[in-house]
Design a protein around this ligand. Sequence first.
Ligand code: NAP
Length: 310
Amino acid sequence: MSYDVIIIGAGPAGLTAGIYARTKLMSTLIIDAGSIGGQLTSIYPEKDIHNFPCFGSIQAKDLSDKLHTQVESMNCEIHEKEVVEEIRDNNDEFFIKTNRKEYLAKSVIIAAGIGIFKPREIGCKGEPDFKDRGLSYIMPPKEELVGKKVVVFGGGNSAIEIAMMANSVADTVIVHRRSEFRADESNVIDLINSGVKTIMPAELQSVNGTDHVESVTLKMNEKTVELPVNVIIISIGTPSNLKNLKKWNLESTENGLIKVERDMSTSRRGIFACGDVVDYPGKRRRIVAGCGEACTAALSAHEFVKGHKP
Ligand code: NAP
């Protein structure tokens, strides 16, 4: 069988592309190397999302479930734990080979997010020794934090949101290397009102302990300070880890993401892309922006399959 469109990635952008592809009654298959939800379920399932329209506030896992339910109700096929390895031209179609099967598609939408999650590390003494022994790069389940002393490193939206979540069950400090946060203004105000303690500017010099994290050494101005902690969460950005992009022969930007035009077309005719995997001037990394791009990508793919450019 040849699908009208195969969507690579089942995060919010991929699922939204599926919804819009089905409004055009395109036969649609979504393939994800991991699980449905992408970062919503793999990196921050318990996080409350406050800036997705309609919900006021919704937990990331619930947003993923709602998108999944809607996509399934529209008869979109979804395969999890299947890795796309090749996208080859095959006459007027694409030949797509995964680790399990081979498919044909008339168009492709890449919504692969940041790829396989590989966190940015600080690179200080002790950091590699305490991974999973008190040091984590994602928010641990809240019940594991109850009554603990938690320190979060980072100054972006992710670090601030993690610190506020942790603070609801644990004594939490956020440490940032500059004296100004990078996060959205409303998040910074919420952080100030949340009671999370802040230490900035300060840098992590070492992680200390025997079997488990016991403290961190911080460098503040020219002084060093030791802070007793049980849990360290480092959230200083998530560089993309998209090994397959090169193999797929798509033009990329200097930061390794897929270059797209305004209709979300890539450098290969019939292949579109959306979400965290793409870059263009003015790109905003917000879930709702990725979903908007997904709508455009799906409608553009439909126009392409029908044989006329949008
Ligand atoms: P980010 O915005 O890139 O912030 C990374 C933070 O880590 C920055 O504050 C940076 O410091 C710091 N950092 C980087 N390297 C460091 C190092 N070696 N040592 C110490 N600190 C270091 O990353 P993010 O927070 O993961 O967010 C990624 C994107 O998703 C952003 O566009 C963000 O706005 C978006 N996002 C949005 C939401 C939301 O809409 N609510 C939630 C999460 C993420 P400097 O500030 O000094 O550079």
